[in-house]
Design a protein around this ligand. Sequence first.
Ligand code: FMN
Length: 325
Amino acid sequence: MDLSIKYLGYTLKNPIIVGSSGLTNSVDKIKKLEANNAGAVVLKSLFEEQIISQATQEATDYMYPEAYDYVKEYSKSFSIDRYLKLIETARKEVKIPVIASINARSNGDWVDFAKRVESAGSHGIELNVSILPTDEKMTCKDVEQIHLKILENVKKQISIPISVKISSYSSGLSNLVQQIAWSKTVESIVMFNRFYNPDIDINKMEVTVSNVFSSAEDLMPSLRWIAMLAEKYKSTSFVASTGVYTGEDAIKQILVGADAVQVVSAIYKHGEGYIGTILNQIKDWMKAKKFHSITDFKGKMSLSKQVNQNVFERVQFMKYYGNVE
Ligand SMILES: Cc1cc2nc3c(=O)[nH]c(=O)nc-3n(C[C@H](O)[C@H](O)[C@H](O)COP(=O)(O)O)c2cc1C
């Protein structure tokens, strides 16, 4: 049975990519993930604020005070030099693709840094474009333009493959994905980034951090969008991220057209060995269905394959869909 896939021009032994997180912030952790059969890893992100602040030492002019404090604290343990060293060493010590990650929210001077990531030997760059559209002066078009400009500028700097991780707040999604795909700046689109969400402690009357980890129900937004979009832009890979907990989840995403899935929370909860569990679940299902390779079933359940073309587009609950009165 062949679980291999093509991603960013590389052959991955299977479609399970460990997503950007603390799981990938050291060479030892990456080696363990490789030993447990991860198809590829995306490194913990560097933040554009961090790149700018370390490059210019003028962080206070550039950032909000809260962002500055956060970045200063984060940078202490995760400097740019350490990041480049991580890429270099990981490249020497593991065989699976190692993809760097930069967390960006503007088209600033930080884009030059992409060259250093390339020189350090990264197989590719995943750009996590994180814009929460809180500024009422910012239109959908503005948000979309930031995405496109970032990608265009980074593309000019480097020749390694680029992937963009977008969020579901990225504005008119279908149109944005079309513009990204047509711009030919990226090889892959990762749907979706999961934002940190605030919560309220009603006893302490304080704002707190809500669940850091996703839950299995979080799978559905990317399932819907990948089902509708992946088949339209065949030269761009689509990767499902958020809520992939089981082999069944990964199979669903591939059935609607994903090339690969990223897994983070499930590995935090169950350990690296859990990659093997997911892979065994995929293999068992493929055996039962007599599929020999991932391409045998990729996209078989995408939008155009549905008799009722409404199934992925409908947003209102009706008796027929929700089966609840
Ligand atoms: C502890 C933790 C740290 C993360 N750090 C990053 C990061 O640095 N950059 C990034 O793009 N995503 C980061 N993420 C988001 C994950 O890459 C992923 O998109 C998200 O967790 C959804 O996938 P999951 O449902 O498999 O957890 C982080 C997630 C967690 C739980």
